[in-house]
Design a protein around this ligand. Sequence first.
Ligand SMILES: *[C@@H]1O[C@H](CO)[C@@H](O)[C@H](O)[C@H]1NC(C)=O
Ligand SMILES: *[C@@H]1O[C@H](CO)[C@@H](O)[C@H](O)[C@H]1NC(C)=O
Ligand SMILES: *[C@@H]1O[C@H](CO)[C@@H](O)[C@H](O)[C@H]1NC(C)=O
Length: 494
Amino acid sequence: ERKVTSPACLSLSVSLYVCLSLSLSLSPSLYPTELKGAVEEVLPTLKQQGISVYLLSEECSVEGINPLSEHIAQASDTPLSADFRANITSKSPALYIYTSGTTGLPKAALVTQERVWAASFIQAVSGVTSEDVFYINLPLYHSAGFLIGLTGAIERGITVVLRTKFSASQFWEDCRKHNVTVMQYIGETMRYLCNTPMKDNEKDHKVRIAIGNGARSDIWREFLNRFGDIAVRELYAATEGNIGFINYTSKIGVVGRVNFLHRRMFPYTLIKFDIEKEEPVRNSKGLCIQATKGEAGLLVGKITKRSPFVGYAGNDQQTEKKRLRDVLQKGDLYFNTGDLLRIDEQNFVQFQDRVGDTFRWKGENVATTEVADILTMVDCIEEANVYGVKVEGHEGRIGMAAVKVEEGKEFDGASTFSQVASYLPAYARPRFIRIQSSFEMTGTFKMKKVTLVEEGFNPAAVQDPLYFLDPAKKTYVPLTEEIYSSINTREIKL
Ligand SMILES: *[C@@H]1O[C@H](CO)[C@@H](O)[C@H](O)[C@H]1NC(C)=O
Ligand SMILES: *[C@@H]1O[C@H](CO)[C@@H](O)[C@H](O)[C@H]1NC(C)=O
Ligand SMILES: *[C@@H]1O[C@H](CO)[C@@H](O)[C@H](O)[C@H]1NC(C)=O
């Protein structure tokens, strides 16, 4: 075993993973104790592939799993020999991050060394100094917590406070206890914090910067009112994307501002997008049309040497899907972010929505195709069209599915529930089901969603039978007027 050494590593057991993958060409696999069972299951396969497995623990009785804690304690803090990274370049893979890619099925986005390096400066750019204490309560398997939070903290050399799971009720308590000065958020974080009961001491903390994305204007304002003068650094970026925006001002609701230099270095544009056809609008010459000021358009970033798009691991087809050709000129090549943004009269950039077959609920991306695949495995369901609908007072969209029942069968709420509960995380389970006798299709045989999304789940407005997922009863129950109004008054929590 080689020595794992870096002062930053030693202070943070989790960052060890970073150091291992950044500076050593071992192929280690390191995981926390609670995942031991899951790793044991695949251990034979890992062995076959020559992967060494380490457990962050003093000891481990399982053959083939090596305990690591003792080695960490004994590790020297002198810098590693540069030989270990002799063959690593800026384009070498640093890690893979499992992402929905905003459209299509989840896939492993390849994150290069260069990308990790660049992301490590986001804290610095946002004003974090070496005196700060950074609080991460987001998962470390996503780019926000890992790249911005953890690698940024290593770059700054600061203390990180890690919490396994976000807790709104403990949040400010944690901040006070650990003298936190910088927090991270995703859209829902601020809302959850604002939904906690008011307390006298809620402005009593040292948090001065919040870095994140997805904060909506109304919540952002309420957040500042309640918790005091915190500089919100709203940023926009996709794990695998080649374009990002950050801050520029602390203007509420804004992710950034068009900046001449930024645009010269990382050329991007917003193009007109047909939501119904789910494709960019093209003119008679076959080129895309730039969105006008104030109009929502699809953000595309020119693929250049400086802003490359490296794609998804072993998935050329998905990689190709994110490439857009002939955008402003014949033969040019852009990265399709799958996101709609808007640039206003004052050049402020605002995030609008995600396009395509992914929507967001509770801060997680839901790939509709994946949910539809799970639903169509239910005996009584022939076809499923999955989409997200807006609910008053909630960020994002909640899952809904229009389904076609097999001929001669009846919709079976209990077996549908048991299927989605077994195969989907809670946030991805369709909360509403609409029974349709036939589906409307587009010219290219894609199921139409736009009208369904607009019609939503109001039983008074929708003629088709509607069902509601009742977690307590473990089944889908008919969606009554009564349930509908309890959702609106928030007596029923979604
Ligand atoms: C780097 O590559 C050379 C040549 O392929 C090889 O001999 C050497 O062991 C590699 N070094 C590391 C640290 O992987
Ligand atoms: C937080 O700051 C106070 C006052 O500076 C100090 O007494 C305390 O030890 C600090 N707590 C931690 C966990 O660093
Ligand atoms: C972020 O916003 C603040 C406040 O407006 C500003 O002082 C700072 O320079 C901005 N940072 C960047 C990188 O634009």
